[in-house]
Design a protein around this ligand. Structure first.
Ligand SMILES: Cc1ncc(COP(=O)(O)O)c(C=O)c1O
Length: 461
């Protein structure tokens, strides 16, 4: 590190503390400590302002599928900015949005042929709710407005998306939220109710049937949609039990409720497929996506919608009364196309499918540690649940969790060179979602760092 770097680093820190407001971040933690400053990335790694290297075990925030520093993708964005930097998708089209919509339709399940772009996941989730409401008004069912979603599930932060989110702590300060959010059980088999705790299929059918019971309780004529992630992130990667989504599909069809697959994390290779619904063999009515569609080289989100939902809007004077300025931004669409080219050229889906077993097996080595209760997930998407007692599955109380996660693990993992997430929005978990280019050497590095830090964590409980 030379003097200039040192000076810049100090000035950046000072300015960050003075002028920048971080998201979902306790700023008091930085009164006596530096804000981590990531300045560049290359492949599976990022580097801080002091030149220290970190394995990006979270793909930034479930985003950087192809990894960092890809100049080919960056250049596609730069070329587009030179050709047409901006034009809205309000009454006009532009070629990159058309090409991307066509390409996404070619990957999507069933008749999800129509793409409504947004700039983020929250906007996608929000847009799907608004579409459901307006669709039902147009088709003579104006009383349908409620949305079902699962306990602890995260679906975004704007008021509508937050009403769908199932995390009480991040909702309470913003009450009252738009009415209509209803919770149903998630698919955390590790913490399944006793009567289905020995049978994952029975557990899945019970969890799906709880959706039916909730629809009946609320009144089917009031329910517009159910939002489900293919693998629920928040709470630490809950994959679907066998038959779960097929049963949910039947229930949605029976009561005329729209099935929304929120794939903001699970699309674009995270589970080895372009869309997570494909992996688990179901066809939703709407898919929401963001994050990996551009691998973060520019922001973009959207929803894929079935022809059936578009149909009423193709007639008479009807218009979907919704839009945002930067949705389907030409630069982001060009970047998304280049990102998908990388997926194809480098067979990233194939890489995930052939290596996911090795990733799981490497993480499962951690079961010999007393603190590791459950390793769960699919594809390149894992949660490791930490427990106080493996046999009874006793979890940590709030104080212990605070000390363990915020007081120790988050910093220790970062200091040891691994970016991942120690999270206690449900029971304490470590979340992993590395770039799709990772191979055994990266799995080993993740396992070694986790082993070292979790071993130390156990001595501090
Ligand atoms: C499943 C899911 N839905 C929606 C969102 C919100 O996306 P964004 O942060 O882009 O608004 C997220 C963000 O992590 C998510 O994981």
């Amino acid at each position: 590190m030379n003097d200039t770097t040192a000076f810049d680093a100090a000035a950046l820190q000072e300015a960050a503390k003075r002028n920048l407001w971080l998201h979902f971040t306790r700023h008091s933690a930085f009164s006596g400590a530096d804000i981590p400053m990531i300045v560049r990335g290359e492949g599976q790694y990022v580097y801080d302002q002091h030149g220290k290297r970190y394995l990006d075990g979270l793909a930034g925030l479930f985003v950087s599928q192809i990894g960092h520093g890809r100049t080919d993708v960056a250049e596609a964005g730069a070329r587009q900015a030179g050709e047409l930097a901006y034009f809205p998708l309000w009454s006009y089209a532009h070629p990159r949005a058309v090409e991307l919509a066509e390409r996404l339709a070619s990957y999507s399940p069933g008749d999800l042929n129509r793409v409504f772009f947004t700039t983020s996941g929250s906007e996608a989730v929000e847009s799907a709710w608004k579409l459901a409401k307006q669709y039902f008004r147009l088709t003579g069912q104006p009383t349908r407005y409620k949305v079902l979603s699962r306990y602890i599930a995260y679906h975004g932060t704007s008021h509508g998306a937050l009403a769908i989110t199932g995390l009480p702590d991040i909702k309470i300060p913003f009450e009252p939220l738009p009415p209509g959010g209803v919770r149903v059980p998630n698919t955390n088999f590790y913490r399944a109710p006793e009567f289905v705790a020995d049978d994952v299929t029975a557990f899945g059918i019970w969890a799906a049937d709880e959706i039916e019971r909730a629809i009946l309780r609320e009144g089917p004529e009031s329910v517009a949609a159910v939002y489900l992630e293919p693998v629920q992130n928040s709470g630490g990667c809950f994959p679907p039990p066998p038959g779960y989504f097929q049963r949910v599909r039947e229930i949605c069809d029976k009561y005329g409720v729209l099935m929304v697959s929120d794939e903001v994390i699970c699309a674009f290779g995270r589970l080895g497929y372009i869309f997570g619904s494909e992996r688990y063999g179901y066809t939703p009515d709407i898919i929401t996506f963001a994050k990996g569609v551009t691998s973060g080289y520019s922001p973009l989100g959207g929803m894929m919608v079935s022809d059936r939902l578009m149909e009423p809007f193709l007639k008479d004077q009807h218009t979907f009364l919704h839009g945002v300025t930067f949705a389907g931004h030409p630069v982001s669409c060009a970047v998304a196309l280049a990102n998908l080219d990388v997926f194809e050229k480098e067979d990233l889906l194939g890489n995930v499918r052939s290596n996911e077993g090795a990733f799981r097996a490497t993480l499962e080595k951690l079961y010999d540690l007393p603190i590791v209760g459950d390793v769960r997930g699919d594809g390149y998407f894992y949660g490791i649940e930490l427990v106080k007692d493996k046999v009874t599955r006793e979890t940590f109380n709030d104080d212990e969790s605070e000390r363990l996660l915020r007081g120790f693990l988050s910093h220790a993992l970062f200091d040891a060179g691994l970016i991942c997430r120690a999270d206690d929005r449900g029971d304490p978990v470590i979340q992993l979602s590395p770039p799709l280019t990772c191979t055994q050497e990266h799995f080993d590095e993740i396992e070694q760092i986790l082993r070292e830090v979790l071993t130390e964590a156990w001595t501090r409980i």
